[in-house]
Design a protein around this ligand. Structure first.
Ligand code: BGC
Length: 372
């Protein structure tokens, strides 16, 4: 199991245990639920070198992992950890990445169905277009897990993600706490990604009172989105906003680290980097370096180890026709309530960067501080 993750977590806690206590509780509960229930079959087992049990009497389970893209650093981690964990359980993983093209993703998924996968794990490029994948898979009796991003207008068998509305809340809440007045620019993620809307919802929830009291003002009506989560689009849109407002921006609620990179590049062009607060999420190495340098204010760390491990166990369980976890929550996708596993995330700034990111083993000190 994910012991190193828990070890790092407990090291990270230090004196501030009370602050991360609810987070730990949830992580532990999920782990017990998922790992405790993932495999209840009585078939013959054999040990692997990692101490996991795998069926020796059955044919190898084939998992199709359909990824929207591999552009952001996190997805490469998701892929590698997912494969490692699935292989520990004796499964084989076929990975396809669609380069943020929803049509291509549907074709790739069809192809994996034809190749005879036992279960599909999908990170949808477009939350609605991917409903076709669910339909095509179900027509062949193949179960589908929506990974990190919800699939809408269909009935996926399981959704595993972080609380994305909470991620948005954590981003805006942090900025507001440090910049309680001024002009805010809300830059959403890709509008085709359900997470982008959840993030926006959480951000607005955090800012609502300050908007109503006119302590802060949303520039451009808070309606901007970075298409395909592109840093380039984030750069262009921030440049436009800086021009329109004559550089009168106090905080940018960027929805992830990739787009925060584009925002900060635009700010650098006006000599404003480090003066305007900028949020993010994913704890990408470049974002952590920017936090260390002071040009990015914060990020939201989501334990990729955990989501990928939970998903690998769930995929194998579903492929075997087993229950994944009995006590999960339900998330409505516009059509049905989808059985879900929702994980917690954590705010990271320069004060807890070392503890959470470095001592937690996510990135090395050398890389974060770009030292030898
Ligand atoms: C994920 C983020 C990621 C973004 C862009 C979102 O759905 O939750 O972690 O940065 O997509 O890939």
């Amino acid at each position: 199991m994910n012991i190193s993750f828990f070890q790092s977590l407990f090291r990270v806690m230090g004196k501030s245990i009370y602050r991360v206590y609810p987070f730990i509780l949830v992580v532990i509960c999920f782990s017990i639920m998922v790992f405790g229930c993932a495999d209840t079959s009585n078939k013959e087992k054999s040990d692997t070198s990692q101490g996991e049990k795998v069926d020796s009497s059955e044919k190898k389970i084939k998992i199709g992992f359909s990824m929207a893209s591999l552009r952001e650093e996190r997805w490469q981690k998701d892929r590698d950890i997912f494969i490692r964990e699935a292989e520990k359980l004796g499964a084989e993983v076929i990975v396809q990445s669609a380069n943020a093209d929803a049509v291509k993703q549907n074709e790739q998924a069809e192809n994996m169905i034809t190749q005879g996968v036992d279960v599909l794990v999908v990170i949808p490029s477009d939350s609605v277009a991917a409903s076709q994948i669910v339909k095509a898979a179900h027509a062949e009796g193949i179960k589908v897990i929506a990974y990190d991003r919800l699939i809408r207008e269909s009935d996926p068998d399981l959704y595993i993600s972080f609380d994305n509305e909470e991620v948005g809340y954590l981003q805006a809440e942090y900025l507001l706490r440090h910049q309680p007045k001024g002009n805010y620019f809300l830059l959403g993620g890709d509008p085709g990604d359900n997470n982008a809307h959840l993030l926006r919802k959480g951000q607005l929830r955090a800012l609502q009172t300050a908007i109503e009291s006119e302590d802060i003002k949303l520039v451009a009506d808070g309606k901007h989105w970075a298409v395909a989560w592109e840093a380039k689009d984030a750069l262009n849109k921030t440049e436009q906003i800086l021009t329109q407002t004559n550089n009168q921006i106090d905080a940018v609620v960027a929805s992830n680290d990739g787009t925060a990179g584009g925002v900060i590049q635009a700010l650098e062009g006006q000599n404003l980097a480090g003066k305007v607060l900028v949020s993010g999420q994913d704890a990408d190495i470049e974002a952590c370096q920017r936090i260390a340098k002071g040009t990015q204010t914060m990020t939201v760390f989501k334990p990729i180890d955990l989501i990928a491990t939970v998903a690998a166990h769930a995929a194998v369980a579903l492929a075997k026709g087993e229950e994944v976890a009995k006590a999960t929550q339900m998330v409505n996708n516009g059509k049905v309530d989808v059985q879900s596993i929702i994980l917690k995330s954590i705010q990271v700034d320069k004060d807890n960067l070392d503890k959470v990111i470095i001592e937690g083993g996510f990135h090395t000190r050398e890389k974060v501080y770009q030292s030898k």
